[in-house]
Design a protein around this ligand. Structure first.
Ligand code: AVI
Length: 314
């Protein structure tokens, strides 16, 4: 699975939904898209012809695995933020020179166990130390004696694009603290490109992304006693030039009042709920952003069309 966060924290969900739907631009934090069905749908998205990021990033990792391994150095400790199943990580770990440890960090404990078991089986000399945590908040890592290798933060998938500038900046700073002054980071970043490529990636012809988006309403109905006519809400992918982001929205087809957890929420016809932003960066802008949060770009790996970039930061 290629996903950032799978969680089921009911109270936090309730608070976020009631607050988000009470604001002038109705919105829901994108992390709630990833219930088990959402994770399944996202996995399908990653294989769609229109959704280029996963296959492009995977191809970059495969093509440049040796250089990436050299950048990490011998005996590295690899920390993966939002590991999921760690599919892309297998490419990196497989290329590393005697890696010391792999620390997958994810909020979904069940997934982490499976990932950890797979890595232990495939890389028998690797210490695998999973950490259950939400990487968007403060958390501590197991205290271990530093090895002679580098600590490397790995954050593929352009999940950094789903965070706003503040959240992304805080995460970069947290990574710096966690890997230390001599550590490194490898970050996958989706690049700004023509809308004829960007928009279909978030509004595919098979309707999988639409179902992924609507699933958040189905989840509200199931977990918060909501009354959304989910199938009638229209999925939209739109470009926000100011934010340099593709946004996903769900549009109400009629004027209506929808009950959720015993409260009524009024929707006008055409009014939308903003469910996710996926920020797209220029290479220079991301480098400057990283610089501002204590990281220098030392290496850059991209595909021939410059659709996607993997930054090697020190
Ligand atoms: C997880 N994340 C990087 C995906 C993205 O491209 O922003 C989530 C996604 N949403 C719709 N399609 C994919």
């Amino acid at each position: 699975m290629d996903v950032a966060v799978c969680t089921d924290d009911q109270d936090a969900f309730r608070v976020d939904v009631l607050e988000g739907l009470a604001s002038p631009q109705k919105s829901l934090p994108s992390r709630w898209l990833y219930d088990p069905r959402g994770c399944e749908l996202f996995e399908q998205i990653t294989t769609l012809p229109e959704y280029y990021p996963t296959r492009t990033e995977t191809a970059i990792l495969q093509e440049h695995a040796a250089e990436i391994a050299e950048f990490c150095g011998r005996n590295a400790d690899l920390f993966e933020y939002g590991a999921g199943a760690g599919i892309k990580t297998e490419i990196v770990v497989g290329a590393l020179d005697r890696p010391r440890s792999y620390i997958p960090i994810d909020i979904a404990a069940g997934f982490l166990d499976l990932t950890a078991a797979r890595f232990r089986q495939r890389f028998t000399n690797l210490v695998v130390n999973p950490v259950v945590a939400d990487f968007t908040s403060e958390f501590s890592l197991p205290v271990r004696a530093l090895g002679e290798g580098r600590r490397v933060a790995f954050f593929p998938g352009s999940t950094i694009g789903n965070l706003n500038a503040k959240g992304a900046g805080l995460l970069l700073q947290r990574m710096r603290r966690q890997v230390g002054a001599h550590g490194a980071a490898i970050i996958g970043v989706d690049l700004r490109k023509d809308l004829s490529i960007l928009l279909p990636a978030y509004d595919d012809s098979a309707g999988v992304t639409a179902e992924f988006n609507r699933n958040i309403l189905v989840r509200i109905n199931r977990e918060l006693d909501g009354q959304f006519p989910a199938a009638h809400f229209r999925h939209h992918a739109r470009w926000n030039e100011t934010e340099c982001a593709v946004e996903m929205h769900l549009e109400s087809p009629i004027d209506q009042v929808i009950a959720i957890a015993g409260k009524g929420f009024a929707f006008r016809r055409g009014e939308t709920i903003h469910t996710e932003s996926s920020r797209k960066y220029e290479i220079k802008a991301f480098s400057e952003f990283a610089r501002h949060h204590s990281w220098d770009t030392q290496r850059l790996w991209t595909d021939a069309q410059r659709q996607f970039a993997i930054f090697g930061l020190i």
